[in-house]
Ligand binder design. Structure first.
Ligand code: HEM
Length: 485
């Protein structure tokens, strides 16, 4: 390199550093003027930031290590660098609530690249504004309807009864696998109207291939994990689009036959808007299968795990459910019977608190945002980490103990505990509050009812919870059941 080009390069580097310094000073000044500042913390290593520490801690037997260490050093809100983005981590219930309550003028959803590739740009989890509100309203209304809850209850009865008929004395069962099979079929019927059979089996296979790539490397080369998942998604989309075409033809022919129950696709195609294209509907139906294969079965599996370790709670649960069964005799139980089993619902609530099936969610700031004196600069991500709040002793005494009675206590003695709903957010909050929360609770309650009224069980072998990339039981929660006389 000659002298002149060396001088030019040095001048350019110098100019770049000056610009960087000026923009940082301006930002700090702006935030100081507003009385807030960037939270303390560390950016970690170049490029990878603190991602490896975060992931290795999440995989380890002490998943709280990463957060606890930084909370001690910097406080409940701190700065980090995760999954390729500078990030503010919030383990503070109020700060997280403010983030969840904000709309797309302040924050938009943010997911790792492989996830956005697989979910597609029109996924409800990624879109914002009117379209997100419209789809949320349509499917949320449908999921809350008494008509769907009654159908889910009937289906759950028949699938669970059918499964448990095959459970003989001392039968070994993998709770996670059993619940995946049951819940997937029930929710798929509610979403696209598909019943059991070959097509359902095909969909299940393709869906497992699809979901395996959700947290993969963002490489789309043939043979890569992400590529195979995208191919599986294409095959599912083709199948769902042919179902949509049949439904549209039926609609053009004068409407849905009274013999067939309404499903989520019917709800979306009934909407007159041109925005709800077949591509958008099929993409969203596939995304909605994620809780069917993952979150709800894990909720039920974790409830069985915690109950196995807490005989007192199990006894109360059995008593409540046996009492209902005996009181109603041969009469078929309805969805509101299950939802009004208060201790059963407390067991589910406590499982959600301890299990943290969705440990946190990420948003990206579209402008500088200030919350409780903390600056979240434009372009940065914010991770609202529910897990640390749910396990914070200042919100829950003996936070690591499974104790469904704490929710019962809260109901009758609110002054004894912090009642603020922002310390309990397993289903998120604000405009994106999970529209499937009632369905998740209903399915868990029905499964637990059948299990505790018909069987006793013992955990078959040592198993433990894995927390990354999704929460699950490592060995699938094997139990050995004994039919009650
Ligand atoms: C234990 C079970 C479940 C858990 C823990 C859970 C958790 C969550 C959380 C935390 C969010 C908020 C995401 C965000 O703010 O970005 C969410 C959103 C969502 N959930 Fe669930 N969920 C569960 C079951 C279900 C079920 C059964 C369905 C429906 C079949 C469902 C459908 C949705 C949808 C569509 C959204 C996106 C809402 C929007 O962005 O407008 N979830 N869920």
């Amino acid at each position: 390199m000659d002298d002149q080009s060396l001088t030019t390069s040095l001048a350019l580097i110098f100019l770049f550093l000056i610009i960087l310094l000026i923009s940082k000073t301006c930002r700090n000044r702006a935030s100081r003027d507003a009385g807030c500042r960037l939270p303390a913390g560390s950016g970690g290593w170049p490029l990878v930031g603190e991602t490896l520490h975060f992931v290795s801690s999440a995989y380890s037997p002490s998943p709280e290590r990463f957060m606890d260490k930084r909370r001690r050093l910097y406080g409940k809100v701190f700065r980090s660098h995760l999954f390729g983005s500078p990030t503010i981590v919030s383990t503070d219930a109020e700060v997280s609530r403010c983030v969840l309550q904000s709309d797309a003028r302040a924050f938009v959803p943010w997911y790792p690249k492989s996830l956005t590739e697989l979910m597609g740009q029109s996924s409800i989890l990624l879109i914002n504004g009117n379209l997100q509100r419209r789809i949320h309203g349509l499917i949320g209304g449908f999921f809350k309807s008494a008509e769907l809850k009654a159908q889910i209850t009937r289906d759950m009865h028949s699938y669970v009864s059918h499964s448990v008929v095959n459970w003989r004395h001392h039968h070994r069962i993998l709770v996670q696998e059993q619940t995946k099979n049951i819940v997937f079929q029930i929710l798929v019927r509610a979403l696209i109207g598909l019943g059991p059979g070959k097509e359902m089996q095909f969909l299940k296979q393709q869906f497992r291939e699809f979901i395996a790539g959700l947290m993969s490397l963002p490489v789309k080369l043939p043979g890569s994990r992400l590529y195979r998942s995208l191919q599986a998604k294409k095959r599912m989309a083709m199948m769902i689009k042919s179902i949509i075409a049949e439904k549209r033809a039926e609609q053009a022919d004068g409407g849905r036959s009274q013999r067939r129950s309404r499903d989520a696709v019917d709800v979306l195609i009934d909407d007159a808007s041109d925005e709800l294209t077949d591509d958008l509907i099929s993409d969203n139906m596939i995304d909605l299968m994620i809780p069917a294969e993952d979150s709800v079965p894990v909720l039920i599996t974790l409830a069985v795990k915690y109950l196995s370790e807490c005989p007192l709670a199990l006894r109360h649960l059995e008593e409540e459910n046996m009492e209902l069964k005996q009181r109603r005799g041969v009469e078929e139980l309805q969805w509101n019977d299950y939802m009004s089993l208060s201790f059963t619902q407390d067991v589910i609530t406590e499982t959600l608190r301890m299990g943290n099936i969705i440990s946190g969610i990420m948003r990206k700031a579209v402008k500088d945002v200030e919350i409780k004196g903390h600056l979240i600069p434009k372009g940065w991500c914010v991770l609202t980490y529910f897990r640390s709040v749910h396990l914070d002793e200042s919100h829950y005494e003996e936070a690591y103990e499974f104790n469904p009675a704490i929710f019962f206590l809260r109901l009758f003695a609110p002054q004894e505990k912090d009642m603020s709903s922002c310390s309990f957010t397993p289903f998120g909050g604000g405009q994106r509050l999970c529209p499937g929360l009632d369905l998740a609770r209903l399915e868990a309650a029905i499964f637990l009812h059948h299990l505790v009224t018909n069987f006793t069980w013992v955990a078959e072998e040592e198993d433990h919870i894995v927390n990354f990339p999704t929460v699950r039981m490592k060995r699938g929660m094997p139990i050995r059941v004994r039919r009650k006389s």
